[in-house]
Design a protein around this ligand. Structure first.
Ligand SMILES: Nc1nc2c(c(=O)[nH]1)N[C@H]1C(S)=C(S)[C@@H](COP(=O)(O)O)O[C@H]1N2
Ligand SMILES: [Mo]
Length: 393
């Protein structure tokens, strides 16, 4: 195995538990066990510096919407060259198995009905660092996820305007970003026609009421609510309607999981792997933070929970390593593809170290497991979330 100096450096820092960007100013209120002040939150935690892959510190998840500048960032090659996505040059081309190919400017697109949906966007590799045995790839911990309001137009409306031919089965999505080395495959993805025609699948040009930021796909990205973020193509330029799934590495090899549970590191036949699509039920503890000291007074434990195409039914907490569970209160906005905030008023009865665990159950009866099934790429981690803290006197 060869390790570049850069990644070795990053690996060593990560091994020491040091993120590349460290916020030294932990708010005093947080240490005292009060709700954290959002304005005091630190920057993103970089996992890879080039291209920039960075996760959101989980203390940010005490708010319903994740602010744009605190939303996790992930891409394979970094943003495209500026001239490719400038207002003068950027176009959305729609072709393939259509009656009439389209070439649209952003203003043309804005002629379609404007739609806003709040949705969780989560990297398939979020939580990869927790799989055992360890798997290669960006060692995301808990923050490669966020919840934002996405505004744009329905992909369905654009496809309807182009007119679908009867052989249409998949919709290929291509962004303007390019690998540094031309021999590296493009990030070409496709989604089945059914998902493409779903009225909630969007081509978004705004994020939380602001023009889409460059790092999040300006001027236009795909949002597939309920599905993992690998389908949420950023810097979108080409929509190609096809009879088959997209060819190439990022659809046919990457972003696949075994259909049935497999033993770690056992060989697998290619046919038993299917594309990652819907998210799985998951919850996170946003407060108190890992390593925090809390007083003996009541503490409002806070967090978020979400699922893929189902809604959150319950969130439970355990303070005794999963022997007993207590139900948290679901609070705040309740929207189909958004996460749900939860709270639990905890009155610690003993001092010393305590591990807080949480698990969610969705409306389809899926329960967040203690640990997720191992898979070769470390996707879809949704094991119980855990935070170790100390109760002081
Ligand atoms: N064009 C393009 N779109 C992309 C990617 C990419 O490399 N290129 N990465 C995908 C992956 S793997 C993730 S997790 C999300 C991250 O979206 P965000 O940076 O807005 O959080 O973008 C997706 N869209
Ligand atoms: Mo991802």
């Amino acid at each position: 195995m060869t390790i570049s100096r850069r990644s070795l450096f990053g690996t060593i820092l990560q091994g020491l538990g040091v993120s590349l960007l460290v916020n030294q100013r932990l708010p005093a209120a947080q240490a005292a066990g009060d709700a954290p002040d959002r304005n005091e939150s630190g920057p993103l935690t970089a996992r890879v510096t080039r291209p920039y892959d960075a996760e959101t510190p989980v203390r940010e998840f005490t708010s319903f919407l994740t602010p744009n500048h605190r939303f996790f960032v992930r891409s394979h090659f970094g943003p495209p060259a500026a001239d490719l996505i400038s207002e003068a040059n950027w176009r959305l081309r729609v072709g393939g198995l259509t009656e009439q190919p389209l070439e649209l400017t952003l203003n043309d697109l804005k002629e379609f009905e404007r739609v806003t949906i709040t949705a969780v966007v989560q990297c398939s590799g979020n939580g990869r660092a927790f799989h055992r045995p360890k798997v290669p790839g960006v060692q995301w911990e808990r923050g490669a996820v966020g919840n934002a309001q996405w505004t744009g137009v329905r992909l369905r409306d654009v496809l309807t305007k182009a007119g679908l031919r009867h052989q249409a089965k998949h919709v290929q999505l291509q962004g303007a970003d390019r690998p540094v080395v031309a021999s590296v495959p493009l990030f070409t993805r496709s989604i089945p026609l059914e998902k493409a025609l779903h009225p909630d699948t969007l081509l978004a040009y705004e994020m939380n009421g602001r023009p889409l930021p460059l790092l999040h796909g300006a001027p236009l990205r795909v949002i597939t609510p309920g599905w993992m973020a690998d389908s949420c193509t950023k810097w979108l330029t080409d929509i190609t309607v096809q009879a088959d799934e997209a060819k190439g590495y990022y659809m046919q090899t990457a972003y696949r999981v075994p259909v049935t549970a497999i033993q770690p590191n056992s060989g697998l036949p290619g046919t038993s792997m299917v594309p990652v699509e819907a998210m799985v039920v998951k919850s996170l503890i946003a407060f108190p933070a890992e390593g925090a000291q809390v007083g003996q007074g009541p503490v409002t434990v806070q967090g978020v929970a979400w699922s893929g195409e189902a809604t959150v039914a319950t969130v439970e907490l355990s303070f005794d390593e999963g022997k007993t569970w207590e139900q948290a209160r679901l609070v705040g906005e309740d929207e189909p593809y958004a996460w749900r905030q939860w709270q639990f008023l905890w009155k610690p009865t003993v001092s010393g170290p305590v591990t807080i665990l949480c698990r969610a159950t969705d409306s389809g009866g899926q329960v967040q497991p203690q640990t997720s099934p191992w898979n070769p790429s470390g996707f879809l981690w949704n094991g119980w979330d855990r935070v170790a803290i100390t109760v002081g006197l």
